[in-house]
Structure formats: structure tokens, C-alpha cells
Design a protein around this ligand. Structure first.
Ligand code: WTA
Length: 650
């Protein structure tokens, strides 16, 4: 949803129901009173260094920092002089406690195979794989790409990288060969870890084959490590490709965690921006880990005995922070599921909750809308009484979906945490605290301690209650991105160029009279399709790279399940376009970017509406794609007949 759809917000405005946590939940929560929250929030605002310095005592440091915070946005350094290691904090420090035999990861594959890795087991596997990486020439500071299914080896590879100070770059398994090679080249990755294939709805996704294709265009990659997951037949290139199992069989389980600077780069994660190629969001070690650790504890109220399940794919930031780093740093039990929610049937998630007695469940609104469509009979077949807390992330949740989640899954007993954050923020920023915040369906409620947002105009003027505007951060936080890999200028320009001294990453929002935030969606040219960020520009350039396409304009439109669908207006070099051509272009986009970017609509047009200065008038196209009347100013339109023709073609 773009901000000029402010009609969408009006209906939400009428949402006046509030849902306080039950007294039982509050009584046991880590943070359970408004006073406690207010005191923490105010302290963090007035004295960020004092507050975060105290919080950082929750982590294990090899050497204490000289200063908590240096500089101001955009150039901040956190915990300078401090030495720390993420894998040590996620693993080693638990081994001297009762957690050593506790399940760190409970995993279930799509076919139903299961594995449980206790903290000791995970530590051993991580140490071995860190030695494997070293033996193949990976050194501190090198980049490693991970293109893997949702299997424990992915978490092992992440933690092994962090153990030796190699920076990982995870590429979601739904991306194409071209997307992998672009990312390999941008990061200059030395090695890639993949699997023969992964399972998805009973089918094998040929990951190694896609990697092979990407390697024809990724000269920096020297070695490939392949996990045997499905047994698919793959080609192995001698002296380049190695089987995970064979390397691990000969590896020592003895590997010290390297003492790294707090600002050592932990990972790069590519995300879509409104212009140009994907942005390599860079997170560093100490600040990121602190953010992931504290927000997991505050928002999910993690307890020693909890089984916690986040259904995201680790290929996205949610999986980084809230499947792997945050939960493990807290010594929690984190669940991982490999496959689709509707395989072998639509009851799979609920079956998993019953089977593993899941207590905390974190998923996306797009998934919730799919569950609603599939029908209550699926969750109703299973015992969901183990659940005590529910969460959502990725896009605004519509109040109807919120109520369904509350009633059918939470049985009106579980608080719902609607968590707003971004790849760039590293961790949750605005969210209810489940032990105290009365929730309002559709609102992500209030900023966490250390987060000081504001709603401003394009001129950086603060706005009042219930006035929609741009959501910004006015103070730095430890887990914010530090740069865009290899392009610091773009980092400064993208996030701090528009509104001086304020962090702005593209969302519109309003704050109501109770101080609750309501996210209105993106105000830039980024689509939010099933909670995944996609740039209209990238899809347009994929379309234009087809030799029959003269011009393309891509916009989002409201989509029942995906939140936003992808509508492509295409002008061909010749001919009127056909269903075959639509299929061809759809396949072309999938090949260029990946299945995540599959167009929902392709419309052929003789021309796209442009301003006299040549800018595509996306607002008009959005109206057409959504089947709405065109509202607003069309006086800058260069050629009125274009609009009439587009409408006729519907
Ligand atoms: C959107 C995902 C409303 C928002 C963690 C943001 C949300 C983008 C919410 C970041 C929420 C995420 N309510 N909108 N609770 N959570 N968004 O980088 O537009 O994949 O800017 O990070 O998702 O997407 P990203």
C-alpha cells in the first residue's frame, strides 16, 4: 500500500477495540508494567550510552568497550574497543550452564524427518564447519554466500562464519541464478554453501543447479560446499565442489571463537531499494547481537522452558534475527521447519505446534490470510493450547486477520505482538510488550526502549496526532545498519539524504492520541509482496531486458493474499501481445529475479502515461491496476489518450 492510498487508513481509524494481556500473562512477563516500560524508554532516550552500556552486560565480551556510542547518525560506532564473538555468545557461554543439554534447534523437514541439536551438538557442528571453511581458504574478513534450504546446516554455516569473522551473505532460495551472481559479485564472495536441492510442496528445488548457472558469472567464487539433502543428482566439479559430509568427517571439533572488534561486519543481506540494484545492508557484530538479544527477550518474553517458532525463511532478515541469532543468544529452543505450510495438507503448521508443544509462534500477515482462506477446520483439528504468545511481521496486518489470529489460533488468550521493523533496523523497533501493552488490531503500538521515532513532513516538520506522514528515527540504535556494502555514499543518500539528520527508510505512518503507531505502508517504489520487499525498478529492468519489450512500468495493487500483487504494464516493440507472450514474460522475470517476483498481471499497452518531463505516472497506473477511478491531478500528463487506451484494454 502506498501512502497516497490514505483511504485505506480511514477504515482502520474506526478500530477502537483494545486487548490488554491477561493478568496471568502479565504476572510472569519480563516487563510487565507501564511504569517499568516508561522508565526504560525515557532512560534510553535521555542517556542512550548509559542504557545500552548496561544492556550490553547481558552479552559475554572478551574485552570491554572504551565507549558505548561514538558519533551521530549516519556515522555511528557502538562499543568501540570492545571484543566479542557472536557464535561464542550463541553457543559457548551456554555450555557451562544447564543449557548444554538443552535443545538449541528443533528441526523438521518437509517430508517429516526430524533432528534435534542440543547446544553441545550445535557447538560441535559449528566448530567443525568453521574449521572446514578455514581449510578451504576462508579467512577473517572474507565474504561467504549461503544459498540453502531451511535445514540446520544453514544455521551451522552462519554461526561458523561468525566464529571466524567471515561475513555471510545469505541469498533466499527462491532467487534466480542471476540474482545470486549479482550478489556474489557485489560482495566479492569467495565461497558458496548450498545443497543438492531442497523440498518445497513435495518437489525438489534444484539449488545446486542454480548455483552452477550463477557461477558462470561469479568469478570471485573459488569453492562450493554442497549439503546432501534430497539426494538429487548433481554435477560436482573437481577441486571446486565438495560434499559437506565428506569435509565434516575429517574436521576437528576444536575451534576457538575469534575475538572480533564490536564493529566487525557480521553479515550482508541484500534488500530491494526504490532505485537500481539491490542494496547490501551491512550489520556489524556487537550492536546487532545486542539488539537481536534484547528485543527477542522483551518482545517474545522468552523463557527457559519455551519452544519458540518463527516461520520465516532464514534468507530474510526475520530469520537472521529471530530464528538464529536472537533466540540462540538467549539460550532458547528455536524451531525450524523446512517446507510449505500446506504440505502434505493445510494443517501442517498446526500439526507442528501440537507435536512440538510450541509456546511462541511468529509468522506473517500474508500467511494468516492464507490460513483464513483455507478454513478454520485445519487449526481446529489440533490442540493449540501450548501457545502463549503470537506475533506478526512483514506488512501491516488488517484488523480482520488480526481478529482471526486472536480468536482461532490464540483462543482469545494469547497476546499478539505486531512487530514493525526492517532489514536495515536489524531488530524489532515498534511493537507491543506482551506483558503490558493493550493491543489495538492493526497497530504495532509503541516504540521499544532505545527507539525514538517521529512522524514528519517531507520538510522534516513534526506532525501531530493522527496526521499521516513519514516515519523516521531521530536517534541512533545499536542494531542499525552501518553502511550499504561497497557504497557508503548510497547509504548516506538513501537513508539520511531526504530528511537531514533523521533516518528514513520509506514507510508512511501516523501516531494516534494514545501514542500508538499505525504503519500506512511504503511511500517509495518498493512493493511489499507477501511481506517481501521488491523494487518496481528491478522488475521493470527485468522486463525491458527481454528483446521484445520496449518499455515497462510496474506497480502494486491490493491483493487478498499477498497484500500487494505485481502488475506490469508492458509496451512491446511490435505486435499487440498475446497470452503466449504473457507467459513468456512471466517466465523471463522469474528467470531474471526469481519466483518471488512472479507477475500477477501483465497488461500490454501502446504506451505508458508519463509526465511532460518523462516520469512514469505511477499513481495513475496504480489506480488502473486496482480497478479504481483515477483520483487527483492529471494536469501534468503528457498524452491524455494514453490513459483512455489503457482503460479500454481492461
Ligand atoms: C513492512 C521485514 C507494517 C514495512 C522485518 C517495512 C511492516 C518493510 C511491518 C520492511 C509491520 C514490516 N507492520 N509494516 N509490523 N513489518 N513491515 O526489510 O513497509 O523485509 O519498511 O523487513 O516491511 O521489510 P523487510
Amino acid at each position: 500500500m502506498s501512502a497516497d492510498n490514505s483511504q485505506g487508513i480511514k477504515t482502520v481509524l474506526q478500530e477502537s477495540r483494545t486487548f490488554p494481556p491477561t493478568p496471568e500473562f502479565s504476572a510472569n512477563a519480563h516487563i510487565n508494567s507501564e511504569e517499568q516500560y516508561q522508565a526504560m524508554w525515557q532512560r534510553a532516550k535521555d542517556d542512550p550510552a548509559g542504557f545500552w552500556g548496561e544492556m550490553a552486560e547481558n552479552l559475554d565480551w572478551f574485552q570491554k568497550w572504551d565507549s558505548v556510542l561514538e558519533g551521530d547518525m549516519p556515522e555511528t560506532k557502538w562499543f568501540n574497543g570492545g571484543k566479542i564473538n557472536v557464535s561464542h555468545n550463541c553457543l559457548d557461554r551456554h555450555l557451562t550452564t544447564g543449557r548444554k543439554n538443552k535443545a538449541a534447534i528443533i528441526w523438521e523437514g518437509e517430508p517429516g524427518d526430524t533432528r534435534v541439536l542440543r547446544y553441545q551438538d550445535l557447538h560441535r557442528e559449528v566448530c567443525k564447519f568453521a574449521n572446514v571453511l578455514k581449510s578451504l581458504g576462508v579467512e577473517t574478513g572474507d565474504r561467504v554466500t549461503l544459498y540453502m534450504p531451511m535445514i540446520p546446516e544453514l544455521a551451522i554455516a552462519m554461526l561458523a562464519c561468525s566464529r571466524i569473522g567471515a561475513t555471510h551473505s545469505i541469498v533466499f532460495g527462491g532467487f534466480s541464478a542471476d540474482a545470486i551472481s549479482d550478489r556474489n559479485n557485489d560482495a566479492q564472495s569467495k565461497l558458496i554453501v548450498t545443497a543438492d536441492a531442497g523440498w518445497r510442496r513435495g518437489k525438489e528445488i534444484p539449488l545446486k543447479k542454480t548455483v552452477d548457472e550463477s557461477l558462470t558469472k561469479s568469478p570471485s567464487i573459488e569453492k562450493v560446499i554442497v549439503v546432501k539433502r534430497t539426494g538429487a543428482n548433481v554435477e560436482m566439479v573437481p577441486d571446486r565442489d565438495y560434499w559437506w559430509d565428506e569435509l565434516m568427517a575429517g574436521a576437528s571439533a576444536d575451534c576457538d571463537a575469534i575475538e572480533l572488534d564490536a564493529e566487525h561486519p557480521l553479515f550482508i543481506l541484500y534488500t530491494s531499494g526504490s532505485t537500481g540494484k539491490p542494496k547490501g545492508v551491512l550489520h556489524t557484530t556487537g550492536g546487532y547481537l545486542l539488539g537481536a538479544t534484547m528485543t527477542s527477550r522483551w518482545v517474545f518474553d522468552l523463557k527457559e522452558e519455551d519452544t519458540y517458532w518463527c516461520t520465516a525463511d532464514i534468507g530474510w532478515i526475520t530469520g537472521h534475527s529471530y530464528i538464529v541469532y536472537g533466540p540462540l543468544a538467549n539460550g532458547a529452543t528455536t524451531m525450524m521447519y523446512e517446507g510449505a505450510p500446506n504440505w502434505p495438507d493445510e494443517g501442517r503448521f498446526w500439526e507442528l505446534i501440537e507435536k512440538y508443544q510450541v509456546n511462541i509462534f511468529y509468522t506473517a500477515p500474508t500467511a494468516i490470510r492464507a490460513f483464513i482462506k483455507w478454513g478454520d477446520q485445519w487449526p481446529n483439528q489440533y490442540d493449540l493450547s501450548s501457545l502463549r504468545l503470537l506475533g506478526t511481521v512483514g506488512e501491516p496486518i488488517n484488523p480482520e486477520a488480526w481478529m482471526w489470529y486472536h480468536q482461532v489460533i490464540g483462543k482469545e488468550r494469547c497476546p499478539i505482538v505486531d512487530t514493525w521493523w526492517q532489514t536495515e533496523t536489524g531488530g524489532i523497533m515498534i511493537s507491543p510488550l506482551p506483558g503490558l501493552t493493550p493491543t489495538k488490531p492493526g497497530s504495532c503500538t509503541k516504540p521499544l526502549p532505545g527507539v525514538v521515532p517521529a512522524i514528519v513532513t517531507e520538510q522534516s516538520e513534526p506532525l501531530g496526532d493522527n496526521e499521516g506522514g513519514l516515519l523516521v528515527m531521530t536517534q541512533p540504535w545499536p542494531h542499525m545498519l552501518r553502511t550499504l556494502y561497497g557504497d557508503h555514499e548510497r547509504f548516506v543518500e538513501t537513508y539520511f539524504g531526504k530528511l537531514k539528520g533523521l533516518y528514513f527508510a520509506g514507510d508512511g505512518a501516523r501516531r494516534d492520541e494514545d501514542g500508538y503507531y499505525w504503519i500506512m505502508g511504503r511511500v517509495d517504489d518498493v512493493l511489499n509482496v507477501s511481506g517481501h520487499r521488491l523494487s518496481t525498478m528491478e522488475i521493470e529492468s527485468a522486463l525491458v531486458s527481454h528483446d521484445q519489450v520496449a518499455e515497462a512500468a510496474v506497480v502494486g495493487f491490493p491483493h487478498d493474499l499477498k497484500g500487494e500483487g505485481i502488475c506490469c504494464f508492458v509496451t512491446l516493440k511490435s505486435g499487440d501481445g498475446s497470452d503466449d507472450m504473457k507467459q513468456e514474460l512471466t517466465n523471463h522475470v522469474r528467470k531474471q529475479i526469481g519466483a518471488v517476483a512472479t507477475p500477477d498481471q501483465i497488461r500490454f499497452a501502446a504506451a505508458v502515461p508519463k509526465t511532460r518531463s518523462g516520469k512514469i505516472m505511477r499513481r495513475l497506473l496504480r489506480d488502473i491496476a486496482a480497478g479504481r477511478e483515477t483520483a487527483g491531478d492529471t494536469t501534468t500528463l503528457e498524452d491524455y489518450t494514453v490513459l483512455a487506451k489503457l482503460r479500454d484494454e481492461e
